[in-house]
Ligand binder design. Structure first.
Ligand code: NI
Length: 254
């Protein structure tokens, strides 16, 4: 099996006690690559430190909508510098989250747009987080030209997915695919072009069934691949190869 985890947070404190053991073992358990995703300047640096230490790990640098309220003007310059690192492969995670609403909507939109502009300037793809903000998110993306992006942990409708796919976006899915109430995500996976599909853990969160609620790690992606294989009439191995090839192309990894 080939597992490319396009979105993880191994910098999270929940991995602090055994991080080296977990990351040293993943390549022996079918994991070919992991992208760790920053949520602010400090965690972006931590993701780059992990990428320095483990050959198969890469990083995205960015400011999460949860952290937009704490972001400072100089942070765009800081991210620009971090993005020069040879293993920085994307700007993220960026976007809008009106569910938790940790920062005013205008502030979230402003940081979303500034980081999209940075990605365009640096010719890097973006990793987008959207929760309960689909209308504003689409509005921003419709006004954004020439940026490649992925909607991470996609949970929207097939209607919205069609518009995003038409604009060239990729869609990435977590362990939510294996949950009993995953009807919408399953409909999207069933109908979308396979060459835009990626998989991720969002570790330590979003562990699939039968591990729901536990600490998630990249090996658990096999349960998502089995679900995709089921829906598309392919083998889990093929689902792994297809999603890994998509991720390599998307992030520009050889
Ligand atoms: Ni995340």
């Amino acid at each position: 099996m080939t597992i490319f985890d396009t979105h993880a947070h191994y910098d999270d404190p929940r991995f602090a006690s055994d991080l080296d053991e977990v990351l040293t073992n993943l390549p022996q358990k079918d994991v070919c690559n992991v992208i760790n995703i920053g949520c602010d300047v400090d965690t972006s640096k931590m993701c780059l430190d992990i990428a320095d230490k483990y050959d198969y790990c890469y990083a995205a640098v960015g400011i999460h909508p949860h952290d937009a309220g704490k972001a400072q003007d100089g942070d765009i310059d800081r991210l620009r510098k971090l993005a020069q690192h040879p293993k920085a492969v994307a700007i993220g995670e960026i976007g809008l989250d009106y569910h938790y609403d940790f920062a005013p909507h205008e502030v979230q939109i402003d940081w979303f747009e500034r980081q999209l502009a940075l990605a365009k300037e640096l010719d890097m793809p973006v990793v987008i987080h959207e929760r309960e903000a689909v209308e504003d998110c689409l509005k921003v993306l419709r006004n954004t030209k020439d940026v490649r992006g992925v909607l991470h942990c996609y949970s929207g409708s097939w209607e919205t997915a069609k518009e995003l796919l038409k604009m060239g976006y990729y869609l990435s899915f977590t362990g939510v695919l294996t949950f009993k109430n995953a009807r919408r995500a399953l409909e999207v996976v069933q109908n979308m072009p396979l060459d835009r599909l990626m998989v991720e853990t969002d570790a330590p969160y979003m562990a699939p069934e039968p591990f729901r609620g536990k600490r998630c790690d990249s090996t658990m992606i096999r349960y998502m691949l089995e679900k995709i294989a089921d829906l598309r009439g392919i083998t889990p191995e093929e689902a792994g190869e297809i999603t890994a090839a998509n991720a390599r192309r998307f992030f520009g990894i050889k």
